[in-house]
Design a protein around this ligand. Sequence first.
Ligand code: UD1
Length: 372
Amino acid sequence: MKIISVVGARPNFMKVAPIHRAIEKAKQNWADTNKLQHLICHTGQHYDEKMSKIFFDDLELPQPDFYLGVGSGTHAEQTGKIMMEFEKILFKEKPDYVLVVGDVNSTIACTLTAAKLHIKTIHVEAGLRSNDRKMPEEINRVLTDSISDLLFVTEKSGLENLKQEGAADSKVYFVGNVMIDSVAYYLNKTDTSEILSDLNVEAGKFILVTLHRPSNVDEPEQLKQIMEMLARLSKRRKVVFPVHPRTLKNLDKFGLSSSVPDSIILTEPIGYIDFLTLTKNAELILTDSGGIQEESTYLGVQCITLRDTTERPVTVEVGTNQLLGNNLELAEKTANEVLDGKKKQGKIPELWDGHTAERIVNVLLQLEKETK
Ligand code: UD1
């Protein structure tokens, strides 16, 4: 069984790392280890050292077997370039499966390429829906799921969404969350991280911020208002804000960089272990990321999501996440309440137990047995 897993953008690396580990472990029990082969293809959608290489180091991922080097571009350029380059790899390697994770442009590009060559495709993190087709990720999710052969789901809402869209039950598996596998696996490494002292912040006494969604950072007025809100909050607690390249560009372009007060600590994007350390120790997180909504829920950390919708409703229904949309007044009021001690209680969602990748690999091995 030959599997090619695809990584492209930052949130992919921590999802493929546990799958790679679980396959390596399965190989040890496999009678003929040569028969199970896992290859990694990096599309190069993200390419900066701090957006890519640092994750391979932190997550102990082997160097990718293939690097497509596609880089940035419009959606069509990026998707098209990935497809053209990935097709060459598939012609040569003829894998049994292509495994994709998440919802980025690399996810749909590689799924579409494989499906047209009649290579079986596996989507890990299937079924999530924000129901907002203005998000490029939503288009990627819907399309990827509709042409994938196996759909591995992180939360129950995913099962309902797939059912509603007519996905056959036989290809859907509720297995939990591979991103949480990485959190659980690497949590003890946070003890050695020096990021808190490097940034001169105290555990439990700072606000962590990440922003990169076009709806928040591509609109000058929205970004300005967010920065003003952060400046006010930073009078109460230091704000740590690792800045995504898209956001950095726009802060400069909209003339907002120079007015950032010292109490907002702007940094470059931060590697996996250091960022996990920040997440675990934050008093409050303000974000528009999907993954951070899940990581904060797992760690029981207060999270305010600056988006109107979430494709991960379990983080709101069960976890510590509060979805406050673009209503910045309400977000600021809620943030102040959290700092006053009014915390949202949360629980860990079902099957977010650190063993999702093993369950996925077991399903694949079982299917392989059945076809023999
Ligand atoms: C992508 C994903 C998004 C994910 C995010 C995590 C899509 C449609 N979007 O958004 O779902 O949450 O990654 O970061 O796939 N850039 C750099 N260096 C890099 C990468 C990007 O400078 O290593 C800059 C480029 O100017 C680029 C811009 O960031 O044009 C946006 O990068 P892109 O990959 O298009 O989308 P993201 O906003 O990162």
